[in-house]
Design a protein around this ligand. Sequence first.
Ligand code: FAD
Length: 429
Amino acid sequence: MRLLAWADQKGLRNWAGNIEYSTDRVRTYTSLEQVQAYVKTQNRLKVLGTRHCFNNIADSKDVFLSLKPMDNVIAIDAAKRTVTVAAGITYGQLCPYLDAKGFALHNLASLPHISVAGACSTATHGSGQKNGNLATAVSGLEIVTADGRVVNLSREQDGEIFNGAVVGLGAIGVITKVTLNIQPSFMMRQYVYEDLPLSEMKEHFDAIESSGYSVSLFTDWQKQRINELWIKSRVEEGQTFHAVPEFFGAKLATRNLHPIKELSAENCTEQMGVPGPWYERLPHFRMGFTPSAGKELQSEYFVPRQHAVEAILAVERLRDQVGPSLLITEIRTIAADQLWMSPCYEQDCVTIHFTWKPDWTSVSKLLPVIEKELAPFNARPHWGKLFTTSPAELRRIYKKMPDFIELSGRYDPQGKFRNEYLSKNIFTT
Ligand SMILES: Cc1cc2nc3c(=O)[nH]c(=O)nc-3n(C[C@H](O)[C@H](O)[C@H](O)COP(=O)(O)OP(=O)(O)OC[C@H]3O[C@@H](n4cnc5c(N)ncnc54)[C@H](O)[C@@H]3O)c2cc1C
């Protein structure tokens, strides 16, 4: 056991710095047996991943368990096309290793800095009409439950229980190993277009979204346009995007761009159609560099795919209110899945994301306004970002929540892994 270096600084905070956790006590262990023994002795604890959530989902008043040193690749099964990793590993560590062995993951978030276990626990996603969120790649979990037992769950053998546990919001137990589906490594190209007229987006949303393997639209909601359109395509025959100088009225960029155009593109993955491995094109931001703007808050809402254009236009109507607090919005698509607490449970989704200036006073007033506009579409907030959606509304829009509560209770009857966030949003009764 040792204290982590970043815990020594006064006040342990999340990546964005907007949350100071309620304790700075962090324990780290290097073996499964140590984790089991420690969990057994504690009344309450939370596992900390890489601290990239913007709300208090990871917070603890008691003690944190960090699996940061447990970050190795345990096995690649080439026949079954799976990789098993210790739960402290980040995508930034895993992906180059996988690629060197000839394999790839199906998708990545905008940044590789996050832990695999923490990302999957909150249904973190990238983009792509046919791509499920990152948790959909999980095919097996090893979990230390509240009594210190080790439970192994797999997609193959545990069906619905597995579907309930994968997006576990930190409530099921300590995930110590994750098995992920892999596929043969692939190369990608990324092109960026500037100034897509909103009217073209409205008329051709499906064609634009299906133009690449993973497509992102960035807008500040001003001037009736999408500021940047990022198209990431695989280089295989039939999948490559053939860049034309003008695409639905948008102009092909002639230099690498940051999603916030004023910022340097140095932090961003290579664009301009330069081919590169999947893990250096799927994220927008490069490992080793600050992702996004750095000083920011984030919120995001998942809307059923069939309401995409309507929902986007509803937010656009709020442009004057939203504009002063916003750095940039990103719009992405995600395929439906079967994971109970995933915002994409049984529905293809479009996500409307907000990177905010770091001013919670203003943002906290805007979120209810946005949520009201998106409520008719049953919008679901990102579990790891800032939202004000009421617990009653969450219960209404997550039909599997009662089953999830029952499942968590089975593995953690005394609420050892619960915290304020979970008590407020999930275990409300
Ligand atoms: C700059 C930036 C860009 C982002 N981009 C995206 C994006 O493109 N798409 C997207 O969907 N999200 C994005 N996010 C949000 C982020 O990916 C998620 O919030 C993710 O959950 C962070 O993972 P983490 O390891 O930092 O988790 P933490 O914040 O450390 O923890 C999150 C939850 O996971 C639990 N947890 C972590 N590890 C374990 C474990 N081993 N066992 C059990 N529970 C565990 C914690 O207890 C907590 O409940 C972004 C965030 C930032 C800061």
